[in-house]
Design a binder for this molecule. Structure first.
Ligand code: V4E
Length: 219
């Protein structure tokens, strides 16, 4: 159960030809793969307005939720540039959490976890609101546990990510430091948060959903 829940600490960055060159010089391209993501929410955006992101990738369900823990470096620049999300991959646990969020918003949602196949989606009134394919090149550096991904989404957006997976209750502060050191090695400048794929996707294809999330400071 513990292995199924970890915290993903991540910093996104703008990727250009120089970044790729630097990466090739200092790291090793481990692999390139492709995946198709389908994101689900209710028509009233109950999940995403709570910053909860339910998706299916390569046949597996994942739920990303905000973490509650605070670290001492909370105010640091490094922390401000990073996002932290709990990643849940156990389906019954995902269904429980989704049910809870929906219940908080609507009294008459019934918990029913013994549904066949994907019937739970319609039972919980969940529909696909975004789907896209990503080609991802992943690099690992000597620094233990740091992965760098260069993502090219099929709707024409490229973004880089430096990420560290921390087991629940693990050391988030040292993950932030690893990410900061990696950003320096890559020569990343600037102190602005870079838009993720979902930002760009929603802005373009579902501006109402995008505006709603922006107005609630979710994106
Ligand atoms: C958490 C989140 C979303 C879900 C997708 O997360 P993300 O890490 O951006 O996607 P991806 O494909 O890289 O997933 P991975 O393979 O690393 O698991 S969509 C929007 N959010 C919230 C969010 C935010 N508010 N700000 C930033 C910079 N990123 C994400």
């Amino acid at each position: 159960r513990l292995l199924e829940m970890s915290v993903e600490v991540e910093r996104k960055f703008l990727c250009n030809a120089d970044t790729l060159k630097t990466l090739e010089e200092i790291g090793a391209s481990v692999r390139q793969h492709q995946f198709h993501d389908q994101y689900y929410d209710s028509p009233k955006f109950d999940l995403t307005l709570r910053d909860a992101w339910l998706r299916k990738r390569k046949g597996c369900w994942e739920l990303k939720c905000p973490t509650t823990e605070k670290t001492s470096g909370e105010q640091s620049k490094a922390a401000a540039l990073c996002t932290r999300y709990k990643e849940i991959t156990n389906l019954p646990e995902i269904q429980q959490r989704v049910t809870k969020i929906m219940k908080d918003n609507c009294e008459d949602t019934e918990t029913s976890l013994s549904l066949e196949g994907e019937a739970w989606l319609s039972k919980m009134n969940l529909v696909c609101f975004a789907e896209f394919t990503t080609v991802r090149r992943s690099f690992v550096l000597e620094e233990e546990g740091v992965q760098i991904d260069l993502d090219q989404a099929d709707f024409g957006y490229c973004v880089g990510e430096i990420e560290v997976l921390v087991p629940e209750g693990g050391d988030v502060q040292s993950a932030l430091e690893k990410i900061e050191r990696t950003a320096q090695k890559l020569g990343l400048s600037g102190d602005q948060r870079i838009e993720g794929k979902m930002n760009v996707y929603l802005k373009r294809y579902n501006p109402k959903h995008y505006e709603k999330l922006m107005s609630q400071h979710i994106l």
